[in-house]
Design a binder for this molecule. Sequence first.
Ligand SMILES: Cc1cc2nc3c(=O)[nH]c(=O)nc-3n(C[C@H](O)[C@H](O)[C@H](O)COP(=O)(O)OP(=O)(O)OC[C@H]3O[C@@H](n4cnc5c(N)ncnc54)[C@H](O)[C@@H]3O)c2cc1C
Length: 401
Amino acid sequence: MKNVLISGASVAGPALALWLHRAGYSVTIVEKAPDLRDGGYAVDFRGDVHLGLLRKMGVLDDIEAAETNMGATSYVKANGKRIATMPEDMFAGDVEILRGDLARILYERTRPYTEYLFGETITAMREDADGVTVSFEHAEPRRFDLVVGADGLHSGVRRLAFGPEERFVRHLGLHCAVFTVPNHLNLDREGLGYVTPGRVALMYAARDNTEARAMFYFASGSLGLERLSPDAQRRLVAETFAGAGWETDRLLAAMDDAPDFYCDAVAQVRMESFTLGRVALIGDAAFSPSPLSGMGTGLALVSAYVLAGELAAAHGDHEAAFARYQEKIAEYARGCIKQGDGVAKFMVPASKAMAALLRISSRMMPYMPGKKAMARGVRRTAEAISLPAYPLGEGDRAAQP
Ligand SMILES: Cc1cc2nc3c(=O)[nH]c(=O)nc-3n(C[C@H](O)[C@H](O)[C@H](O)COP(=O)(O)OP(=O)(O)OC[C@H]3O[C@@H](n4cnc5c(N)ncnc54)[C@H](O)[C@@H]3O)c2cc1C
């Protein structure tokens, strides 16, 4: 049986494990976090391609059961008065779920037949004609037939195999911090956003209104802040939003107690080639379209399916499979990345005039004739691939002995 090492246990990694298991592979996943990373922001799936894939994976019911059921999002003034409301059907996908809940569903599904090593990372890879010898931070070196990087924007596998991050990561001029806060405004499946030049603060209800998420987007000249320690990042967010108005001080006061503080660059990954030798990249590691595109999670799933499917179709001939994977996924990924272009500048306006323009256009947006066309465009991007019926079986072998 061929064995594959995957780096990253979020969305793309466990999804690939599910498919590779059905193709008869043995899978090990290393995840640098000590445990599965829970919490986090909401992500969505849209269109027949995403939903069809979730159905085939056998996880759609679980995902629907954990749906956020979020309603409208409104922009507010400093005094909290709502000035523009965007109904949920304007931007939301067909199913929305917290990223941590999704990761948990995929983890639980794949755990019976996948070796998970938490608190572990790959430190070196040496490839020869028959496989790859992989060194780890803690475990002894091991041999694998293939290695897949599903380790996100700052992929360690990408750095080791393809080169430094600066070659592939394109900063969109923003950083984002997100963390759990008490739902002190008693928001009912609702989101609120407060815009000032170069800064946007959001709060939205989560987990049946029992808690909420605070999200801070802020203009940042360059990459690098994401490498600061979490404490230094918290200080930076607090300084950037100090006295900004609305509920920001209260949200910031909850930041130190948040169990899931997360801060990263808003960036894209652009690569020409997603495979090299016996190494392949999927999900954000290969082609992050940015958090603002609304496409990253769907793309992560699609890429996992195509990679596993091509390996199954090529009967394990990884060279043939990787070439077909590249061919099949490149254009779809380009479309998703394009969807993320330009959103950053619009969403976090740089000047007072731009902020006023955002407020006016959001007020008008629900009545604009083009709004349906906009939503259709996003859906078209999500559906712009026809997925072959690969020989991957229909059910988890472990679940159906
Ligand atoms: C604030 C925010 C909002 C978002 N909103 C949306 C949305 O509305 N819709 C949408 O579709 N997408 C959204 N996304 C994007 C979405 O989260 C990602 O596109 C998706 O999670 C990609 O999954 P992934 O598994 O490829 O990577 P990730 O989810 O980034 O997971 C990578 C995993 O690899 C681990 N890892 C990293 N380095 C190493 C290493 N060296 N060794 C071992 N493990 C490592 C990480 O700990 C992590 O668990 C958003 C993202 C953010 C940050």
